[in-house]
Design a protein around this ligand. Structure first.
Ligand code: HMG
Length: 393
């Protein structure tokens, strides 16, 4: 098997729930200056999932539009990365493969390491395709970020899924085999099994994020991997856009040349357009930033090199690189993505609070979800729970 096989992202798509909360409405209701959310946090809207859009349904909805029957035949590995899993034992990917109608001849797993999970999945997928060049791998990041009403994290919630097809000779982004990464046990953010909401040491989590970025950046410099003049864009995990901006700012003040810093800052703005309207999608956040950059930046061209900083609390971080491939623009559907974001329904704060508080039963009781109250435009959805098993359509 060829170690020098070029592998990477051949297709990428995302889905968001079709309800959102405008953060100026949230600010007013919480008695906060809207600029704290719009500028201080750097977010404008937040996706709010209906109960029928759990991570399995969203994952299937993100992947479905980009797969033909032939594509489904070639998939040899399906990874769903999530920290909002629906079962302690069965992988979410098995439900997703079933909804997508994938033939059985593939490996199917769920991966967890906070927001880093999809990068772990993507690297695994690249290794798999390098060893099995005739097969492809489908990696889906799907999450619901919940912190609780009136908590400091409330404004950084969100939900959505990003699907990526990894192949040899990819049409969008070739991923370089060399990267820098680090794992270190920290208590910056976690969600115990008994809790539907995450806990965070907010300011400390920001410190760990920035610290790990700086270490990996320095490591990449030592290895000659990240010459600033060779990077056309640098993408960040975006729990909220200010966080990525703080990471990028560590390269200001002469750390890298002014021209390079200006170019990376300019590209950063294109990378947060979608995330600002969606919120944190945990595992998918850095990939939503990639899609936002590719859909919205007119200046990028084939052959351009992009850095991606992936961070997952707890904590694992990786800085890796990819090269834009010839004709990549033709493989994107920016119009569909913009239409999806614009077509969403705006919730009032009481409607959002009611949706947030409506949770699936935790005592094993059966449930039938009435689609008319839920997310009626999404093709795949959770229809209910019967005999302790989730029922999907
Ligand atoms: P807070 O209490 O709202 O923080 O919590 P704050 O009061 O310091 O305000 C935030 C910013 O708004 C500050 O700017 C203020 O100055 C500014 P900064 O100092 O940060 O640059 N501000 C204003 N700006 C303009 N006009 C105004 C105004 N007022 C204030 N009027 C915090 C913020 C992020 C800590 C909280 O939302 C939180 O705990 N979020 C959840 C944790 C989180 O997202 N951490 C990020 C790093 S960890 C990570 O990325 C991993 C993660 O995705 C999970 C995973 O891996 O699975 C979270």
């Amino acid at each position: 098997h060829a170690v020098d096989t070029v592998v990477g992202i051949d297709r990428i798509n995302f889905t968001v729930p079709n309800h959102y909360l405008d953060l100026t409405d949230l600010a007013e209701s919480r008695g906060v200056d809207p600029n704290k959310y719009l500028i201080g946090i750097g977010q404008s809207k937040m996706a709010v999932p209906a109960l029928d859009q759990d991570i399995v349904a969203m994952a299937a909805n993100a992947a479905e539009p980009m797969l033909s029957d032939d594509d489904k035949e070639r998939i040899g590995l399906l990874v769903v990365a999530t920290e909002s899993g629906v079962d302690q034992s069965k992988a979410a990917s098995l439900f997703v493969g079933d909804l997508l109608g994938l033939p059985g001849h593939h490996r199917s797993i769920e991966i967890k390491e906070a927001c880093y999970g999809a990068t772990a999945g993507l690297q695994l997928a690249c290794d798999y395709v390098a060893r099995h060049p005739q097969r492809t791998a489908l990696v889906i990041a799907s999450d619901i970020a919940r912190y609780g009403l009136s908590t400091p994290g409330e404004v950084t919630q969100g939900a959505g899924a990003v699907a990526m097809l990894v192949t040899r000779d990819p049409a969008i982004l070739a991923i370089e085999p060399e990267s820098v990464y680090e794992s270190r046990s920290t208590g910056d953010f976690w969600r115990p099994n008994y809790s539907a909401q995450a806990f965070a040491r907010g300011k400390y989590s920001e410190e760990v994020y920035v610290g790990m970025f700086q270490e990996l950046w320095a490591g990449a410099q030592e290895l000659g991997m990240a010459r600033p003049d060779e990077l056309q864009a640098l993408l960040f995990h975006i729990p909220f856009s200010k966080m990525g901006r703080k990471g990028l700012r560590t390269l200001g003040d002469g750390v890298i040349g002014e021209t390079d810093y200006a170019r990376l800052t300019d590209r950063f703005e294109s990378s947060i357009i979608y995330g600002r309207q969606v919120g944190n999608v945990y595992t998918g956040s850095v990939y939503l930033a990639l899609l936002s950059l590719l859909d919205n930046d007119e200046g990028l061209t084939e052959g351009d090199r992009i850095g991606l900083f992936s961070y997952g609390s707890g904590s694992v971080a990786e800085l890796y690189f990819g090269i834009l491939q010839p004709g990549y623009r033709g493989r994107l559907d920016a119009a569909a993505h913009r239409t999806m974001l614009q077509a969403r329904e705006r919730l009032s704060v009481p409607e959002y609070e009611a949706m947030f508080s409506a949770q699936l039963p935790t005592d094993g009781s059966e449930l039938v979800l009435d689609r008319s109250d839920q997310s009626d435009s999404a093709p795949h959805y959770l229809a209910g729970i019967k005999g302790h098993e989730r029922q999907y359509r």
